[in-house]
Design a protein around this ligand. Structure first.
Ligand code: SF4
Length: 348
């Protein structure tokens, strides 16, 4: 019998609860960030009567979900929820509360900007039923924030993370690798951003590599040669390292790359977008993780046994990882599925 070593899967176990997204494009945003094109990214139109329309549509959706016995967490995205004008944040939370028990709403989260995370306001919204805030930090790096006209600095981003935690809310952190001023370099700002984000003890991260969308300031800079986006190879390499760091910290990454909304892909002018970006990044992180395990123990693998659920990540998009496995002497015939949750490595 060849020696067999068991290696657990590195990804933290995720509570894969369904999130029902309510997109409120640009609502509450004080400025347009240089890269942002919410209607394209979310597939929802902005407009003057956006909030009453969205509120009425949400009521209809919740009534229908209640009738059908469905349940989900509500997520308010696409704008700056904590800075919605008037009492709209309270009105949306009030509507969610109406459908809480025994209705379809199991929880409520929102995204917002770090400079709209006043502790008193967060406490009031928590009392109205908000449970998690995903902060669009984008970067903790002063020059990247300044070049992206974000309007706040690293101190404000860190203070916002603390304010969310101190309010007793779950913290999510959204980062935007490839912002203007962010070199595609393992020693550059992005992996430091990831480390700083993990220091904030978030419940989850989202990583959205920066792409150039029409109508944005970034598109103008790109056309003038003043902004060069990361290549897909650069993004996948750095995102793979970032994902592995998150796995090691036990923090789930709940989104890698923009969701493929209708019409988004055709509209991307430049930048590292790929429909299978998440899988391609997971494949790289997984290979690095297993490679490090084998190297540090000086193991020469004869066969790799993989959980069925991880096989496509092991082989990679269109089997693109086979060349990497071959460097360990593992051709496809030596990669086998087994019915365990982690990996098995048979040694020579
Ligand atoms: S990135 Fe966020 S804060 Fe900036 S314009 Fe877009 S939705 Fe608003």
């Amino acid at each position: 019998m060849p020696a067999l070593h068991y290696i657990p899967h590195p990804a933290p176990v995720r509570d894969r609860k369904k999130i029902f997204p309510v997109f409120l494009p640009y609502a509450g945003c004080p400025t347009r960030c240089v890269y942002c094109a919410q209607p394209l990214a979310t597939g929802r139109a902005a407009g003057r009567d956006l909030l009453p329309r969205a509120w009425a549509a949400l009521r209809r959706d919740l009534e229908q979900a209640a009738a059908e016995g469905r349940s989900f967490e509500l997520g308010f995205y696409g704008g700056t929820f904590t800075a919605l004008p008037g009492d709209w944040a309270a009105r949306f939370l009030g509507l969610a509360a109406e459908f809480r028990s025994p209705g379809p709403v199991t929880g409520v989260r929102c995204s917002t900007r770090p400079d709209a995370a006043d502790p008193g306001l967060l406490g009031r919204l928590r009392d109205l039923g908000l449970e998690m805030v995903e902060l669009g930090v984008q970067s903790f790096h002063a020059a990247c924030l300044a070049e992206s006209n974000r309007g706040y600095g690293p101190d404000a981003a860190l203070a916002a993370c603390a304010a969310v935690r101190d309010a007793g809310l779950g913290l999510g952190v959204q980062l935007l690798p490839g912002l203007p001023g962010m070199a595609p370099d393992p020693d550059g700002p992005f992996l430091r951003d990831v480390a700083l984000a993990l220091d904030q003890t978030p419940a989850c991260l989202r990583l959205y590599p920066c792409v150039v969308l029409p109508g944005t300031e970034l598109a103008r800079r790109w056309a003038a040669g003043a902004y060069v986006p990361w290549t897909a190879a650069q993004a996948m390499d750095l995102l793979g390292r970032a994902l592995l760091a998150c796995w090691k910290a036990g923090v789930p990454v709940i989104r890698l790359g923009l969701a493929p909304q209708d019409g988004l892909a055709e509209n991307i002018l430049a930048g590292p977008w790929h429909p299978a970006l998440g899988q391609r990044v997971r494949s790289r992180a997984l290979f690095t993780y297993l490679y490090e395990k084998l190297e540090t123990r000086n193991m020469r693998p004869r066969r790799l046994l993989t959980p069925r659920s991880a096989l496509s990540d092991v082989l990679g998009h269109r089997h693109e990882m086979l060349a990497a496995w071959a460097t360990l002497g593992l051709d496809q015939a030596r990669i086998r599925v087994w019915e365990e949750a982690g990996f098995g490595v048979e040694l020579h």
